[in-house]
Design a binder for this molecule. Structure first.
Ligand SMILES: [Zn+2]
Length: 246
């Protein structure tokens, strides 16, 4: 392939823009905020599940407490009824009186036991409610952190994309000055190896950092300036300048 030496040199400018675009893409992919956002989103999903579990537990304990409280009420009312019967003097047989007194005593013991149960449920419920509150507070903090990280990410993305459009515009201008066949070769090489053209500098290909053999250098020396030469090692287009060491 043949191309004017100036067009060949322009490939280096093109390669510079492509390298800049690669760096911008890399920066976009590896922004520190992205890992943070990922972690925070995962924690948020996890905490949503934990909140539902804690809320369910608190609600269950609430129902359990109401049930235990109504058990206490039922026993208390029965004891009160018995006490009224006792106080009314309607029961006169000593045997019945003793039976009634014994039942009242037993109902009081039962009420005491049930009140213990209510207290124990209330304690567990308080713990569950506190856990719901703590999880909700954590969710608020994480949500705020996430919003902050997303906003920093978006700011960084906007800067990167702005730089990207500038580089892309410069690249377009440069590409327009390069003959189509040379550009096509460059693009093909860039696709396969990441870099399409490299400077021959002091007898070294700056694409793969290989020092040319004497024979290769001699072949390049013999090639006319408009001949497009390639690195024998990496096959990239080698651009010759005054610094090439020829
Ligand atoms: Zn090379």
């Amino acid at each position: 392939m043949k191309a004017a030496p100036d067009a060949q040199k322009r490939l280096l400018d093109l390669a510079e823009q492509d390298a800049a675009l690669d760096r911008l893409r890399h920066r976009r992919r590896t922004l520190p905020e992205l890992a943070g956002i990922d972690d925070l989103s995962k924690r948020l999903a996890q905490i949503a599940t934990q909140i539902i579990a804690a809320e369910t537990e608190a609600a269950d304990l609430g129902r359990e407490q109401s049930k235990a409280e109504s058990d206490v009420d039922a026993v208390r009312q029965r004891a009160e009824r018995d006490q009224k019967r006792l106080d009314s003097g309607a029961v006169s047989s000593p045997r019945d009186l003793a039976g009634l007194q014994s039942e009242i005593a037993s109902l009081h013991r039962r009420q005491g036991d049930l009140e213990e149960v209510v207290l124990e449920i209330m304690e567990r419920r308080e713990t569950a409610d506190a856990r719901v509150d703590a999880l909700r507070a954590e969710r608020e903090t994480i949500t705020a952190d996430l919003v902050g990280a997303e906003s920093r990410r978006d700011t960084a993305f906007a800067e990167i994309d702005k730089d990207g459009s500038e580089v892309t515009a410069r690249r377009k201008t440069i590409a327009a000055e390069i003959p189509a066949d040379l550009l096509a070769l460059y693009e093909k090489l860039r696709e396969s190896s990441g870099v399409g053209a490299a400077l021959l500098h002091g007898g070294r290909c700056l694409g793969c950092r290989t020092t040319m053999s004497i024979a290769d250098l001699n072949a390049i020396r013999a090639a006319k300036p408009d001949e497009v030469v390639r690195c024998e090692e990496c096959r990239r287009i080698l651009v010759r300048t005054n610094e090439s060491g020829l």
